[in-house]
Design a protein around this ligand. Structure first.
Ligand code: NAP
Length: 518
C-alpha cells in the first residue's frame, strides 16, 4: 500500500495537535514529524501529542538538514541526538544519505535511534536525497547506493523537475527499485509523480494539510489528493487521462473528469499535464508515456497552446483524425486505443450541442439559419466551422476585420464590419469574444437594442456564468445558452469517446458551477 503522508510543521503544541487531528480526519496513512520545524517542542509535549485521541498511528520522524530543504541549522550530532530522544514516539525515521555517509559515529547514532523506534516490524529507516536545483547527475548512483545499504529500508529521492518528462524515470524507479521507494519530482512539472505514486506502487507520497502548509514545492493538499485526484481509487490498472496545456494549474478539467469517472465507476484518474509550449516538449511527453504501456495513458484533453501541436502529432502518427478537426486546424482530444489513435475536436461539438439542446432541434435543423458570430479567435473558429458544416448562414463580426474576412473565406461564410452587429434577420447570436469576461463584467459585445426576443443568444464566456449579454437577452425574452453548457458538452464528448458510456452531464455541470462559485 502506498502511504499518503502529511508533513507536520507547526512549532506550537496546540497547533500541532490540531494539525495531527486534522490529518487523521482527512485520512492520512502517516504523518511526517518535521523536527526541523518543531524543534521547540519538548519531549513531554511530543509524548502528549502521541497519546492524544484521534491522531494518526504512524509517525515518520525527520530532522531535515538545511542543505536538503530543512529549516534547522543544528549540526548533524544535534539533529541525530534529537532523533534518538524522540524515536520511541515514531515507527519510522528519515535521515539524509549525505548525513548517513558523513561518519561512522553518525551511523552508529542513527542505528541507536532506529533501535529505539516504536514497534519491531516493518520498514524503519528511510535514507533520502533531495536536490532543489534539478535532477542530480548521479541520481541513479544515489539510488543504487541506498539500495546496497543494509540499514536502509526505504529509499527516498526527490528533485526539482524542470520538465514533466523527467517524471518518467521516477515512475520507472517506483516500479523497478529493489527496495521500497519514495520517488518525487518537486514543482508543478513534477506533479504527476505525487498524484500517481499509488498506481506505480511507491512506498509513499506527501500531501499537505492545507494550502500554505506545504513542506516542498508542488505538494497538493490531502483533501485534493483524496477527493479531486481519486487517490483511494487508484490501482496498478487504473487508466491515466490528463489535460495538456501551459499554463494548466487553474484548469477545471481534472475536477469535471474525475467526478465523471467516480460517478460512473470508471477505473481511471485524470491529471493536469504542464507541458512547455513547443512541439518538441509535447512529443517528448507523449513518447515517454506511450513507450511505457504500463503507464496506462488512454487519453488527453489538449488546450492552449498545444491544440495545433496535437493535430501535427496526430498526422505524424497516422491517427484517425476527425475531418472537421483537420479543417479547424486544432485537436483538443486524443484517445489512445489498442488499434491506434483517434484525434477529435470536441469544442465545436460542445458548442453545437449547447445550441441545439437549448433550441430543441437537431444539427441539420440549423441549415439556412442566419447566425451572427462575434469574434474570430480560436473559439470562434471552431464554432464557425461547426455551424458552417451544418449549413447555417453564418456572418462573422470581429474587431480586427482581416481576421474575420480570412475566417469567413476559409469556411465559405460572410464577414461584415464589426460596427454593423447584427443582421436584422439574425436568429442566433454567438459571442466568441472575451468581452464580458471577469473582471470586465459590465462590458457586452452587443448593445441591448440590437437584441430581439426571437433570438437565441449564446455566450461562450463562462466566468461569470450570466454575462451582461445573457442577462440583457434574458430580460427581453431571448433563449439563452451559457458558456458552461459548451464547456460541459466538450468534456462530455471526450468522456464518451474515451469510455463509450453516456457522460454524467448533470454531475459535470454541477462540478463546474461549484468551482466557478468559489
Ligand atoms: P482568442 O483566440 O484570443 O480570441 C479572442 C477574440 O475576442 C478575438 O476575436 C478578439 O478580437 C476578440 N476580443 C478580445 N478582446 C476584445 C475587445 N476588447 N473588443 C473586441 N473584441 C475583442 O480567444 P478564444 O480562445 O477564441 O476565446 C474567446 C472566448 O471564448 C473567451 O471568452 C473564452 O473564455 C471563451 N471560450 C469558451 C469555451 C467554453 O467551453 N465555454 C471554450 C473556449 C473559449 P481581435 O481578433 O480583434 O483581437
Amino acid at each position: 500500500m502506498t502511504r499518503l503522508i502529511v508533513p507536520m510543521t507547526s512549532p506550537e503544541f496546540d497547533d500541532a495537535l490540531d494539525d495531527l487531528r486534522r490529518a487523521a480526519h482527512f485520512g492520512a496513512d502517516a504523518v511526517e514529524i518535521r523536527l526541523d520545524h518543531m524543534n521547540d517542542l519538548s519531549e513531554e509535549q511530543f509524548r502528549a501529542l502521541r497519546a492524544a485521541d484521534g491522531v494518526p498511528a504512524t509517525w515518520l520522524l525527520t530532522p531535515r538538514s538545511r542543505d536538503e530543504g530543512g529549516v534547522w541549522d543544528a549540526d548533524d550530532m544535534n539533529r541525530v541526538s534529537r532523533l534518538i530522544e524522540l524515536a520511541p514516539y515514531a515507527s519510522l525515521c528519515d535521515v539524509e544519505l549525505a548525513t548517513w555517509e558523513r561518519s561512522a559515529n553518525i551511523r552508529q547514532k542513527v542505528r541507536l535511534a532506529v533501535s529505539r523506534l516504536d514497534g519491531d516490524a516493518g520498514p524503519r529507516l528511510v535514507l533520502s536525497a533531495h536536490d532543489f536545483r534539478g535532477r542530480p547527475a548521479d541520481l541513479l548512483r544515489r539510488v543504487e547506493r541506498m539500495c546496497e545499504l543494509t540499514d536502509c529500508d526505504v529509499v527516498k529521492v526527490v528533485f526539482f523537475a524542470r520538465h514533466i518528462s523527467e517524471s518518467f524515470e521516477l515512475f520507472d524507479l517506483m516500479r523497478q527499485a529493489p527496495k521500497p521507494i519514495i520517488a518525487l519530482a518537486m514543482g508543478e512539472a513534477g506533479l504527476i509523480t505525487r498524484l500517481l505514486a499509488r498506481k506505480f506502487g511507491a512506498f509513499g507520497t506527501f500531501a499537505s494539510l492545507a494550502t500554505g502548509k506545504e513542506s516542498a514545492p508542488g505538494q497538493v493538499t490531502i483533501a485534493e489528493m483524496k477527493s479531486l485526484y481519486r487517490w483511494d481509487a487508484q490501482g496498478p490498472d487504473t487508466a491515466v487521462y490528463g489535460v495538456i496545456g501551459h499554463p494548466i494549474a487553474h484548469s477545471m478539467s481534472p475536477a469535471i473528469h474525475n467526478a465523471a469517472f467516480e460517478t460512473c465507476g470508471v477505473d481511471a484518474v485524470y491529471v493536469p499535464l504542464l507541458i512547455e509550449p513547443t512541439y518538441e516538449h509535447f512529443v517528448d511527453f507523449l513518447r515517454h508515456a506511450l513507450e511505457r504501456p504500463w503507464f496506462g495513458l488512454r487519453g488527453c484533453s489538449v488546450t492552449i497552446p498545444h491544440k495545433e501541436n496535437a493535430l501535427r502529432f496526430a498526422r505524424q502518427r497516422g491517427a484517425r483524425i476527425e475531418p472537421l478537426a483537420e479543417r479547424i486546424g486544432a485537436v483538443n482530444t486524443l484517445a489512445f486505443r489498442d488499434d491506434g489513435l483517434d484525434a477529435r475536436n470536441t469544442d465545436y461539438a460542445g458548442a453545437l450541442d449547447a445550441l441545439t439542446q437549448t433550441i430543441g432541434c437537431e444539427r441539420h435543423d440549423l441549415r439556412g439559419v442566419p447566425v451572427a458570430v462575434l469574434g474570430a479567435g480560436g473559439a470562434a473558429r471552431a464554432i464557425v466551422a461547426g455551424l458552417c458544416d451544418c449549413g447555417a448562414d453564418v456572418t462573422i463580426y470581429n474587431r480586427t476585420a482581416e481576421r474575420a474576412t480570412k475566417l469567413a473565406a476559409e469556411f465559405g461564410c460572410t464577414a461584415r464590419p464589426n460596427d454593423e452587429r447584427v443582421r436584422p434577420d439574425t436568429r442566433i447570436v454567438v459571442n466568441a469574444t472575451s468581452i464580458g469576461m471577469h473582471p470586465r463584467v459590465d462590458d457586452s459585445p452587443l448593445p441591448a437594442e440590437r437584441l430581439r426576443p426571437d433570438m437565441t443568444v449564446f455566450d461562450t464566456v463562462y466566468n461569470p456564468i450570466e454575462t451582461r449579454l445573457l442577462r440583457e437577452a434574458g430580460e427581453i425574452g431571448c433563449r439563452t445558452v451559457d458558456g458552461v453548457a459548451m464547456f460541459v458538452n466538450q468534456a462530455a464528448a471526450q468522456f464518451e469517446l474515451w469510455t463509450a458510456r453516456p457522460a454524467p452531464r448533470d454531475v459535470m455541470r454541477r462540478v463546474v458551477l461549484e468551482r466557478l462559485e468559489r
